[in-house]
Design a protein around this ligand. Sequence first.
Ligand code: SF4
Length: 230
Amino acid sequence: MLPISIGLSRCLLGDAVRYDGKGKYSETCSDLFNKTFSLYPICPEVEAGFSIPRPAIELVQHASGIKIIGRDDKQLDVTEQLNNYCDNKVLSLGFLSGYIFTPRSPSCGFASTPIKSIDGETVFHHSGVFAQALLNKYPTLPVIEEPNLSSLLAMLRFQLQVISYYVIHHSKAPQPSADLVEGNVTLDLILQNEMSMENKMSEVNELFRKMNAKQLHEQLMKLKTQLNDK
Ligand code: SF4
């Protein structure tokens, strides 16, 4: 296992923490990622003090901003409780190098959560309140919604982004050696360049975007070997 921690929505491990008392088991997270990274599961709604099961909530656009309201009980307003938890929790998550989210959740969705009007119509999609708080605090953190891990390319890219983020953001992380990528732009050159962390992650993402599955897999194997050897 690599010395790298990634967060994930706790229900993806199959834990029965959802509003309906069920889990949302992901074999990819529970098997593959659990063997590669140290997983840090979080259920924002449970940690914020909500029960299991609990009334379903949704995000509703009001004139004063987005409120977190009961789906069936419109008098239920947990906006302050959940937002306060999220704003405080993300302060302690600087050790993470990536995050896997459950789609469409009012807490954990990443750009897929429906935002409703007061009349109950979906007006647009946005991130859930925990996902948004995390990204506000760590804007370059690699994140993905679990269903996208079923694409081999996306899954390989995400792992490489996580490892690169770890190397860039955690100064004691072992630096990869010089032969990681053939070509004019190499991963080690990007990582060792003096540019800002934001620009480094942007260049890294662009580099991985141009690679096919075979190249991504080769890079991943090299990086895993190097990090495990240090
Ligand atoms: S709040 Fe997040 S972790 Fe908890 S059940 Fe909902 S999607 Fe899963």
